[in-house]
Structures are given as structure tokens and as C-alpha cells.
Write a new protein. Structure first.
Length: 381
């Protein structure tokens, strides 16, 4: 039996300047054809791969309609914008310990999602490759076929387990990521995040855009591109009660363009399931989380697997939630745990009032990347 993780809570007060603070059409999708009759049930270790297998709507949605949030410096100040975050919401990151048994990983994830929801979280995040060990040697073995949608349970047990976790606990669930097999191209794999709503409906499917190819002499060499293919879109997911979040995966956090596009299109939080290692994690994990937050004056959540020194890949851990002034609201160590924080719209408003970047940008000097040619839809072959 794995020990139950501790839950670290943080409630944010208002910040001031002195704070230290298919073809895959990967979009929000229509509601589930048959949602669970009750969302109060909690998982208690039963096998989620066979639980609440519900038919889900096919993968389709209208294109995301981008809206710019900043104005040219030469114009007068804009009228007050509506709140980016409509109401406070508790977000939890589950720093999960996963092993080689996929079914056991899914059962364990279900237990921890229930624990986070029981503590009041309404948005729950799982880590990158939560259903398997992380590594290029594992992607083929653990990959699931998600298309056509909804996929059969035997082809995509993680898909159906995540849908059940979301519905049983009435939460928005960012399902970390899983290896995805493309049925239209033999051997083609993606690193894919599935987002489900509180009724178990699939809201979005995001494929990692930037593949983790690095070579730090004497430290680590890793090439996801040897096995994986890259996704081709920005993922913005609307949560009706709260607003818009952006989802990206791990190495994507190093590319500020994705974050800027998301923030200037109304996102209140950037969600990154990620598995940095002991080299890159120590160097840049916290730095990147705080940089993306302060650059865009929104929340950032980074959710890592727990560290397992007996595994072939050693995750950094240190899942964290960062506020719009780059203050770290909650941070894990390397062990399995759940961290949580309350996100408050006034914190975003206050940060942008005190340091009004959105009205000071000089698009007469440099381009507005949020108005360029942006892929909000996965291109069709």
C-alpha cells in the first residue's frame, strides 16, 4: 500500500506591489452523451479502468476565437475589463508516484483525485506520464489510441479512468499526460494531455508542442523526438464557472510565446504537467514557473511526478503553484504529496493595476505575437 500523501494548503490574500510575492480536432468538446447520475461517489481503490465507462462526444468544436487583452501604447486606457477569473477556485496538484503497473497507477490516481476533491479542490492536475514510467523506452508499451472518439475502453483505459475520476468528484481534471498512439500513422506517438469537466465530458486534448531534446555534457542526454511527434496548437480551455486556462506540457514552459498568447487571450492560469529531471529541475523549474507567472501576471501550476530513485528517470518533483506576482503559494518536496492553493481573481487585477504591462506594451516597436498566425486547431492532413 502506498502511504496517503499529505495535502499542503495555501489561501492567497490580496497582493500589492510590496508583495514578495482525425484526425484530432483538439478542442473543447460537446458534453458527454451520458453523464454520471451522481458526482458525489468517491473512488476507494477500485479498478477505474472498468468503472463508469460512458460514451463521450466526438472530438469537435468551433475554432477558438482569440481576443486581444492589451492596447497599443498610443491609445487611451481601455475600459475596465471583466474579471479574468470569475470567482475564487481551489487548485490542487497531485505529485503522484507511478510504477510499471498501469492499472495500479490508474487506481492510485483515482484515490488521490478523490482526496484532493475531498479537501475542496475544484481544479485538479496530474503529472506528466502519470499512468506509466517516463522515458522513451516506455512510450510505445503504454501508448493508448484515443481516436476515433470516444475510444473503446480496451484501447484507452486511461481515457475512461480520467473521465470517471472527473465525474465522480465533480472536478475539472487536467489528466497530466499519457502516450498517445496515432491510428492513422503506424508507430506515430504523441505526449498528450486530456482535460475533463465535472460531468466526465472531454473538454480538450493537447499534444505536447515542444519535444524534450537536450544534451548537457556529463549530465543528461534525452531525445523525445526519437519516439514522439509534436503537436501543433495552443490549448485554451474554457471552464464556464471560472474562466479560461491554458494547458501545455513540461518542456513547453521554456517557450514564453505559448504563455503570452494564452494570457493575452484571457487565461487566468497556465497549467504545466511536467517531469523535469535532477539537472534541469535544479537549474530552472522554479525559475520558469515564476517567470511565466510574472511575465503574464497570472497563476502558474507545475505538476511533477514524485521522485523514484529506483526508476530509470529521476523526476525533480517540487510541484508548485505560483501567483501573478511570482510568489510561490505552495511547493512540494520530491515525495508523493498533494499541494493546493486558492486562486483569486482580485490578485490578477491587483497585479495588473500596480504594474500595468498590458497598457504599456509598444506594438509600434515590436509585434503583438498574440495577434499573429496562431494555431488553435490541430491541422488536418
Amino acid at each position: 500500500m502506498r502511504p496517503s500523501p499529505s495535502i499542503h494548503r495555501h489561501s492567497l490574500s490580496l497582493l500589492s506591489l510590496s508583495s514578495s510575492s482525425p484526425r484530432l480536432s483538439c478542442r473543447p468538446f460537446a458534453a458527454a452523451a451520458a453523464a454520471a447520475a451522481s458526482v458525489a461517489t468517491r473512488h476507494t481503490g477500485r479498478d477505474t479502468t472498468a468503472h463508469h465507462l460512458r460514451p463521450l462526444a466526438p472530438l469537435s468544436r468551433p475554432p477558438f476565437s482569440a481576443r486581444a487583452m492589451a492596447t497599443d501604447a498610443s491609445t487611451s486606457p481601455p475600459a475596465p475589463a471583466p474579471p479574468v477569473l470569475k470567482q475564487p477556485v481551489k487548485l490542487a496538484c497531485i505529485q503522484l508516484a507511478s510504477g510499471a503497473d498501469k492499472a495500479a497507477n490508474l487506481r492510485h490516481a483515482a484515490e488521490q483525485v478523490a482526496a484532493a476533491a475531498g479537501a475542496g479542490a475544484r481544479i485538479v492536475v496530474l503529472p506528466e506520464c502519470f499512468n506509466s514510467p517516463y522515458g522513451t523506452g516506455f512510450f510505445h508499451e503504454y501508448a493508448e489510441t484515443l481516436l476515433p472518439s470516444p475510444p473503446p475502453a480496451d484501447a484507452a483505459p486511461s481515457f475512461h479512468a480520467l473521465a470517471a475520476m472527473a465525474a465522480d468528484n465533480a472536478v475539472y481534471l487536467i489528466g497530466g499526460s499519457i502516450p498517445e498512439r496515432d491510428p492513422a500513422a503506424s508507430g506515430k506517438l504523441y505526449n498528450t494531455s486530456l482535460v475533463f469537466g465535472p460531468d466526465g465530458a472531454l473538454l480538450d486534448t493537447f499534444r505536447k508542442v515542444h519535444l524534450f531534446d537536450i544534451d548537457i555534457p556529463g549530465k543528461i542526454t534525452f531525445r523525445e523526438s526519437e519516439v514522439l511527434s509534436a503537436g501543433n496548437r495552443v490549448a485554451l480551455v474554457r471552464l464556464p464557472e471560472y474562466g479560461t486556462i491554458a494547458v501545455a506540457i513540461c518542456y513547453d514552459v521554456r517557450f514564453p510565446e505559448l504563455a503570452t498568447i494564452a494570457a493575452r487571450n484571457g487565461a487566468f492560469a497556465l497549467i504545466y504537467p511536467g517531469a523535469f529531471n535532477l539537472t534541469t529541475g535544479d537549474l530552472h523549474w522554479k525559475l520558469l514557473a515564476r517567470a511565466r507567472a510574472v511575465d503574464n501576471q497570472i497563476y502558474v501550476a507545475m505538476c511533477s511526478p514524485a521522485r523514484d530513485m529506483s526508476a530509470t528517470y529521476h523526476a525533480w518533483g517540487h510541484s508548485m503553484i505560483v501567483d501573478p506576482m511570482a510568489g510561490v503559494l505552495a511547493e512540494a518536496d520530491e515525495k508523493e504529496t498533494i499541494i493546493e492553493a486558492e486562486l483569486i481573481g482580485d490578485a490578477i487585477t491587483e497585479a495588473r493595476k500596480n504594474i500595468p504591462l498590458n497598457t504599456q506594451r509598444r506594438f509600434d516597436v515590436y509585434p503583438d505575437i498574440s495577434k499573429g498566425k496562431i494555431q488553435f486547431e490541430e491541422p488536418q492532413p
